[in-house]
Design a binder for this molecule. Structure first.
Ligand code: 0CM
Ligand code: SF4
Length: 316
């Protein structure tokens, strides 16, 4: 058997995740623990546990945060109602919403102000969708899947625009948009892609390695939309099998039976140390060192939230 391991690039941390994680780390350094975080800062178990060890307290809702305390909003964004609640309760807030999610919020606000109804493609219950829908709750219709298009009913077919969650499957979203446009030919496009560069690059990179793979292992947590999409994309691109794991400890040795070519990648919220753990697991079981297949370089970085930068500057 001629075994090989190919690891995809780009993989792992995107600019928005890096910014959000560093925001919590710096807030802990600056204000001291505890620092409250509304929802998981990013959808990764390891990241959340590591920050908890340093004194971050993750809460589901703001009523769990004591009056006057500091709370960080997660990378996935929050609705205006959450901002309002924070100010009512006099909480000090640091908004770690990814600027590419904020961009979608701004598009929603603009379309709503123009009197359009918004068809938001995304997954019900996902925090990003809750936040974006909150910008124009009475004007937004959620479309989860291409098959849902048949049941979409709108007020005025000439006053429509579509938007999407940032971490969806590019191909499936395209399918949904195509069906929406067949049904509503006057549907307006967002001014630029809502599916972010990181999601797109990780899907394109996994497609490249999936073609010849017997198995593609995706590192990422179960609630991480972009990580879960990578498994689907790998299978659609021709991987014979693909599984998501939080870490090497979750690999089932049976997955490797008769497997020659293994591909490995990770979602945008995944620290590379977890991928290294998977690569070590494979070498311990007789696979050669991994070869990286890079599709493109990523150089984007985002400045930390202004409210945190201001306090960091004060400290000098
Ligand atoms: O949106 P998703 O569930 O993929 O979140 P994540 O925290 O895994 O990835 C990064 C982001 C955002 C917004
Ligand atoms: Fe921002 Fe995209 Fe990363 Fe989400 S996956 S945090 S939208 S860059």
């Amino acid at each position: 058997m001629s075994k090989s391991v190919v690891v995809a690039a780009p993989r792992g941390y995107c600019a928005g995740v890096d910014r959000a994680v560093v925001t919590v780390e710096k807030a802990l350094d600056l204000y001291g623990p505890p620092v409250y975080v509304r929802k998981q800062i990013v959808h990764n178990k390891h990241v959340v546990e590591t920050l908890e060890e340093r004194g971050a307290i993750f809460v589901e809702e703001l009523d769990e945060v004591p009056e006057g305390a500091t709370v960080v909003f997660s990378a996935h964004g929050v609705s205006p109602a959450v901002h309002a609640e924070a100010s009512e309760r006099q909480l000090k807030t640091i908004d770690a919403t990814c600027p590419l999610v904020t961009k979608v919020h701004n598009e929603a606000k603009r379309f709503a102000a123009d009197g359009r109804q918004i068809l938001l493609i995304g997954h019900a219950g996902h925090e990003e969708v809750e936040g974006t829908m909150g910008e124009a709750p009475d004007r937004t219709i959620l479309v989860e899947h291409p098959d849902d298009v048949a049941n979409v009913e709108v007020d005025d077919p000439s006053q429509l625009a579509w938007l999407s969650q940032t971490t969806l499957s590019v191909d499936e979203t395209w399918e949904t948009v195509t069906k929406l446009r067949e049904k509503f030919p006057l549907l307006m496009n967002p001014p630029s892609d809502d599916i972010c560069y990181a999601t797109q690059n990780r899907q394109s990179a996994v497609k490249q390695i999936a073609k010849g793979s017997d198995l593609v292992i995706v590192v990422g947590s179960s609630n991480s939309s972009n990580s879960v999409r990578l498994v689907e994309v790998a299978l659609e691109a021709g991987a014979k099998a693909s599984y998501r794991v939080d870490n090497a400890g979750e690999i089932d040795p049976a997955w490797l039976e008769g497997v020659e070519k293994v591909g490995v990648t990770s979602g945008a919220s995944v620290p590379d140390v977890l991928v290294e753990g998977v690569l070590d697991y494979l070498t311990e079981r007789g696979y050669p060192a991994a070869v990286e297949e890079r599709l493109t370089e990523e150089n984007l970085t985002f400045a930390l939230p202004p409210e945190l930068r201001k306090d960091l500057k004060k400290r000098g």
